[in-house]
Design a protein around this ligand. Structure first.
Ligand code: ATP
Ligand code: MG
Ligand code: MG
Length: 569
């Protein structure tokens, strides 16, 4: 496919291919399986997978599973599912834990080369020794241990001889470095906790920067794309890659070949881009997890959640999300994208791809008194007003129909063009009806409208062109299928729920009205459909058959988005 994007990352890739620095590019997406992916991850996925695809390269999916205790195989499956749902397929699926033996051997090499040492300082002491932005740190009293002593201690750490937190392996770099990440960062810590893949094999686990850079190098990643907060980590990333020097030390990665994992290490280049931030959204897995744990929502896939699972269940489309990422573009400038931009992308996709149907969410009965008792007929409706390839469908019509309660007003406000006493309105695809009588119950509530249908205005007849101001939708009361319709709004009632400058916490901004459950009626062709089928319900918005709860005989639909941006500001 033609390469259209011109952002700085694609330019680097293009230059590297043109200069012959790389004959093919290799990227990766490295989520930690400690939660489900969110809307922000869609950007990282679209970039790393998308660029690999555009330049005929590869992209790996790597689970960054170096934090046992916080990670779960359930999340691994969810992540795989979400990446595929977004429309991407990985070249290889890897786990950082596949490389634990390599990381260990590489750490021994660093010790032998005199650039790593075992420290006995505890976490608090280490913080104190690290210094501050304006004051250099101090060397640990253990920094000058001999290679032999360090090797012996590190092997005993690995053998499980020491308690959690009592020792760490640190890179020996520079305690006066301006970049705090270079002040002898820890590269291994003791954690006697079982790992979801390696079980009890390891009492020590590598730290993020060390594991991440070496994983990239091992997989032959050429361009390692990540978000801006890692910019300060790049010197350490490069330090690890250079000091371990995997391409020239095959003995370090021989275990991978022995295990049947094809391996051809390279020197990767880290490139940072700005995060995707969206108003009304939370893009922190920790906070999303809290919404689930504290029952603010019904799970990670609750349609109110801006997880990929939630957006999917809400009816958002992969193409709509990819369109958002294209529109937002790639730069190093941090910004917040208005949630309305996302909704606009989803509408744009659904307008083109969703068939039209009729549904009534808050019903009021309308009886056409001049049609014979029990009258029924079948009308033919186009499925898409702008695309004939969608074909047509049969829509049952009968003497009694449901209309939307709010399409009738006994005392109409100014400019109301729908139905009122003595007024006329067009019933979509049927003809013009006149409201002759308003039937009320004992409490004065309107329960039924008695109308007459002007037979001259039925479609196909010469009078069909007669103008009335309003057109309303309807469903046959006789044939309609009862449905549960879940109407969603934004989960947070303020644009920046994360900003705590108003003295409130982000949880104070959860919108309790973000979900309403309605009992409505669907035309039959909207009910007998598969879960995840998406429609535009005319005049109401885009809806999706709930992927968990929908059944043809008991339909459940979620409102994805309204037809227009009606959010009250
Ligand atoms: P959290 O802090 O919520 O746990 P994370 O960034 O630690 O999120 P990871 O699973 O480590 O989550 O993320 C995998 C990749 O996705 C990383 O490379 C990260 O840079 C990227 N990523 C995470 N959030 C965003 C975002 N909002 N926009 C773009 N990329 C993101
Ligand atoms: Mg992370
Ligand atoms: Mg994180």
């Amino acid at each position: 496919p033609a390469v259209q994007h011109q952002d700085f990352i694609r330019q680097i890739v293009r230059d590297d291919l043109a200069s012959g620095k790389h004959v093919a590019i290799h990227t990766r997406f490295p989520p930690e399986p400690n939660g489900y992916l969110h809307i922000g991850h869609a950007k990282a996925i679209c970039l790393s997978f998308g660029i690999a695809r555009e330049f005929s390269g590869w992209c790996n999916l790597r689970l960054d599973d170096t934090n046992p205790g916080k990670e779960d195989p359930e999340f691994v499956e969810g992540i795989k599912d979400d990446v595929r749902w977004l429309g991407f397929e990985w070249h290889e699926l890897r786990h950082a834990s596949d490389y634990f033996e390599v990381f260990y051997r590489a750490a021994c090499k660093l010790i032998e080369d005199g650039v790593a040492y075992v420290d006995d300082l505890n976490a608090e002491e280490m913080r104190e020794y690290r210094g501050t932005l304006t004051a250099a740190g101090r060397n640990s009293p253990h920094r000058d241990r001999s290679v032999e002593e360090n090797l012996d201690l590190f092997r005993r750490m690995r053998a499980g001889e020491f308690a959690d937190g009592s020792k760490t392996l640190r890179a020996k770099i520079d305690m006066a470095a301006g970049n705090m990440n270079m002040r002898d960062p820890a590269i291994y810590r003791i954690r006697k906790i079982a790992h979801q893949n390696t079980g009890d094999a390891w009492p020590i686990y590598p730290m993020y920067d060390y594991a991440h850079s070496l994983s990239d190098a091992l997989e032959g990643i050429t361009h390692s794309l990540c978000t801006l907060e890692f910019e300060d980590h790049r010197p350490l990333y490069d330090w690890c890659v250079d000091k371990v020097d995997l391409p020239n030390h095959p003995e370090l990665w021989q275990p991978l070949l022995d295990a049947g994992l094809p391996t051809q290490p390279a020197k990767p280049r880290q490139i940072e881009f700005s995060r995707l931030n969206l108003s009304y959204c939370i893009t922190s897995k920790r906070k999303l997890a809290q919404l689930v744990a504290d029952h603010y929502v019904d799970g990670w896939d609750d349609p109110r959640m801006n997880t990929l699972r939630g957006l999917r269940r809400r009816g958002f489309t992969p193409a709509g999300l990819r369109l958002l990422i294209d529109r937002v573009g790639v730069s190093k400038q941090n910004s917040v994208i208005d949630y309305a931009v996302l909704e606009g992308c989803i509408r744009e996709d659904l307008d083109a791809t969703a068939a039209r149907r009729m549904a009534v969410l808050e019903p009021l009965k309308l009886v056409l008194t001049n049609l014979p008792e029990g009258h029924e007929e079948t009308l033919s409706f186009p499925n898409h007003p702008k695309d004939e390839s969608f074909g047509t469908r049969d829509v049952p019509f009968s003497r009694e129909v449901w209309i939307e309660r709010e399409d009738f007003a006994e005392v109409p406000p100014k400019g109301f063009h729908r139905l009122k006493p003595e007024g006329e309105v067009r019933l979509r695809g049927v003809g013009i009806v006149k409201c002759e009588q308003v039937i009320k119950d004992a409490d004065g509530n309107v329960v039924e409208l008695h109308c007459t249908l002007d037979p001259e205005t039925r479609s196909g007849l010469p009078g069909a062109d007669r103008k009335v101001k309003g057109t309303i939708h309807w469903v046959s009361a006789k044939r309609a299928v009862a449905a549960e319709v879940r109407v969603y709004d934004r989960l947070f009632s303020v644009a920046a729920p994360d900003s705590e400058d108003d003295g409130k916490t982000w949880l104070d901004h959860v919108n309790p009205e973000a979900k309403r459950v309605l009992r409505g009626w669907l035309e039959p062709a909207a009910a007998d459909v598969a879960p995840e089928q998406r429609f535009q319900f005319e005049r109401l918005g885009y809806f999706v058959a709930d992927r968990v709860d929908h059944r043809a005989d008991a339909p459940v639909f979620n409102r994805t988005v309204t037809l227009r941006d009606t959010w009250a500001r």
